[in-house]
Design a binder for this molecule. Sequence first.
Ligand code: MG
Length: 444
Amino acid sequence: MTIGRRGFMKAIAGAGALAMAPRLVQAEAQVARATRAMPSPRIKDISVIECEPSGVRLTVVKITTDQDGLYGYGCATFTQRADLVRPAVEKYLKPFLLNKTTDRIEDIWQSCYDSSYWKNGPVLNNAISGIDQALWDIKGRQAGMPVYQLAGGKCREAVDTYAHASGAEFEEVVDNAKKYRSQGFRNVRVQVGLPGMAGYGSQHKEEGRPKALHDKPLFDPAAQMRRALKLLEICRRELGDEVELLHDMHERLTPNEAVQFCKEAEQYRMFFLEDPLPPEDLGYFRQIRQNCATPIAMGELFNSPHEWQPLITEQLIDYIRVHVSQAGGFSPARKIATLAEQFGVKTAWHGPGDVSPIGHMANVTLDLVCYNFGIQEYSPFNEQTQAIFQGCPEMRDGYLWVSEKPGWGIEIDEKEAAKAPFTASSLNGGWGEVRLRDGTVIKQ
Ligand code: MG
């Protein structure tokens, strides 16, 4: 039986509840007044800031709102195809988003993601990341809080990192690792050059190139395996047991070689071995797991949930290493971290030089708010980058510290950015090829 509004009012009056009504009305009026005083910001303009400090192409999306002085920045850096991100933002996302409210970050992410019908590609994901992170920046500036507060607050005080210690010869790598240790770093990624060949992550001596059927950059997987295992042996002996050792194989071995390498590296008690396989060979992670306990980090080349989901849910890796803008930004990265936490996998977001400082601040924010943080890759910010991006995360004793300013806490000096435009080069930032002795091109 229904009693209707008049009957309901009579009933609560009888129960003495009517005395509450004036106060409720007053509260509602206050909310209405507050809402009128602070209408939701709307997207007035979207622009793309491109710059190349010290030779690295960086792309940032700026969203300007219809409220005075309220704007935000998001990282959309895809160095190797940098010229393609701007049109993806300006020709497709901008007309789709103009005049929409900035309040609904998740809704905007989902609708941008779906608007291309085909999805999960690197160019479009970076364009969406630029929008997503700019909206988080705006929300932080509105609230007067850094983004980490909006995401639940800190799980830790600062972010433990690893530095890149590399060299053409073993001694140089050890010396560089000792230098970083003296600066407070507890973790070092070690990479050594292959004489005469294009190894990954270090310089190499020109002499010593083996005979090959071409004159392009050369690589020999067997030589790389021997050299890297020797490096780990030397580093463990020279640097002692307390330092954490990391190494990046950069997806360059065959699946069987990768299984062998991980098995033999087990004795050196690594923090993690990175990218033993390319995304095309994910099934072989089961074989690595079945053969050894070397901790595995994987994922910097991933763009799609179909790539990271099976590795996490089958517990085939120890660290998920997604490049946040390549996965679509801060919002999807939080979901990856939450999924990983449920399966005992930790985070180690990709943090090379070709991430803008906005992207690095997003990484550091995730590192602080996610319980299952593992480690953060560290790349120093050079002088020109810091002149453009004012307020980069600070490095102290091997730890990165987040900004305590609202949003990401970074302001971009667009005049300084204009002094470092994208430069013309034969490959426009794309990578050249590396080939085996017989001329076969390799994945890198
Ligand atoms: Mg890597």
